[in-house]
Design a protein around this ligand. Structure first.
Ligand SMILES: [Zn+2]
Length: 398
């Protein structure tokens, strides 16, 4: 189970239920007396706030605390089963649709083939149909739906949830994805690009103690999700981490589809690697590259290692700029053994200053296929479990 981190900032006398709830997000059961000691609030105030939170279902009673005699004091904890989240991970040709609880535990999921290029309505209609099936299969035992999180394989304006000129998604530009999905599910709908969502899922699930993490997805395109101080860093317009079109030294004579010369993606993206191998006499399509490398094909292994070096050149700059403690490599190119990883390590450790790399881990992604689902679920959980959102639910209680 993945639990959300407790904010480091003390409550400073704030008395709202939503603020008190933030203390319980770590999942640890606490008594009213412990909550009073933690917050400095009066026991009577704590009792009123805990009752209000219990009424929402977000907090529930758990087994009694040890006591020297008499009735043991009641303890309370965050109840991740109070609500469900619909988590959707859309790729170019595949999708994963899952229902999770508020801690990211998957309750039901399915995979479906899609063609993202068919445009938003057919794809989202299919997602909505599958989601209804999953929710129906869970029945009324699962909590009510609290929100929908969707990862898309292209740039997204996170504030509006609208895709912004996504290269592989014709017809999706500026489409109101949240508005369309809310017609089926009247809950908050949060949309982000798949790399940001994978970064969130990987960090919360496998590196919860590492607040400064760079998640790199290397497949057809190359992009990164940046976690800084425990939070996703999207930049001013949401394009932070778009590394694919950073220029690398080896690319002086290589043209990129974006119109520039020498872009990382034009050298180290899967289609570029396959094309380079083909020009040397190996008939390789991008989809076969990983399988060839896994079988030890020398040309494919060498090409992946070189792609790792190219990527490492860009990541060495990222290390100087951001000083992450972990760089995680994901995407299809990272799945073919350690060849990409080896190339990245070779360059990053060589090119970065010792202080930046002394405690830097560079590793393959651990969450494999489920990072997108976990991240989409986390995105929604962060939103619906915020102090303000909980306070709004409390205010609606009769
Ligand atoms: Zn480019």
């Amino acid at each position: 189970m993945v639990l959300l981190s407790v904010p480091a900032v003390p409550l400073l006398g704030s008395a709202r239920s939503g603020d008190l709830f933030q203390l319980l997000l770590d999942g640890a059961p606490r008594t009213r007396a412990e909550l009073a000691a933690l917050t400095g609030l009066a026991r009577s105030t704590i009792a009123v706030r805990v009752d209000a939170l219990m009424a929402t279902g977000f907090v529930s009673a758990v087994g009694g605390a040890a006591s020297s005699g008499g009735r043991p004091p009641s303890r309370f904890a965050f109840n991740p089963a109070a609500r469900t989240v619909l988590a959707v991970d859309l790729g170019a040709s595949h999708s994963v649709i899952a229902v999770t609880d508020l801690a990211g535990t998957v309750l039901a999921s399915l995979r479906a083939e899609i063609a993202i290029g068919e445009g938003p309505k057919p794809v989202l209609d299919l997602v909505i149909d599958h989601a209804r099936q999953l929710l129906d299969s869970l029945g009324t035992q699962a909590g009510g739906l609290s929100g929908v999180g969707i990862g898309l394989p292209g740039p997204v304006d996170h504030t509006t949830g609208r895709p912004a000129n996504p290269p592989i998604m014709p017809g999706w530009h500026d489409f109101d994805v949240p508005g369309y999905v809310r017609r089926a599910f009247d809950v908050p709908v949060l949309v982000d690009n798949d790399v940001n969502i994978m970064a969130l899922g990987e960090q919360r699930t496998h590196w919860p103690d590492q607040g400064n993490l760079l998640f790199v997805k290397a497949s057809t395109g190359i992009g990164a999700g940046i976690i800084g101080n425990g939070q996703l860093q999207r930049g001013a317009m949401g394009s932070a981490g778009d590394l694919g079109h950073v220029r690398v030294a080896r690319g002086a004579h290589v043209f990129c589809r974006c119109g520039n010369i020498g872009c990382l993606e034009a050298l180290a993206g899967a289609p570029a690697i396959a094309a380079a191998l083909a020009s040397h006499g190996s008939d390789v399509r991008a989809g076969e590259l990983v399988a060839l490398a896994e079988h030890g094909n020398p040309a494919a292994v060498a090409a992946l290692r070189q792609a790792g070096r190219d990527l490492g050149e860009v990541l060495a700059t990222c290390v100087s700029l951001l000083n992450p403690s972990v760089i995680v490599l994901g995407g299809s190119l990272a799945t073919a053994g350690d060849h990409l990883l080896a190339g990245v390590r070779e360059v990053v450790y060589n090119r970065s200053l010792p202080l930046a790399t002394a405690h830097l881990t560079i590793a393959l992604a651990r969450s494999a296929d489920d990072a997108g689902i976990l991240g989409a679920s986390m995105l929604v959980a962060q939103h619906v479990l915020s102090a303000d959102a909980i306070e709004a639910v409390v205010a609606l209680q009769p």
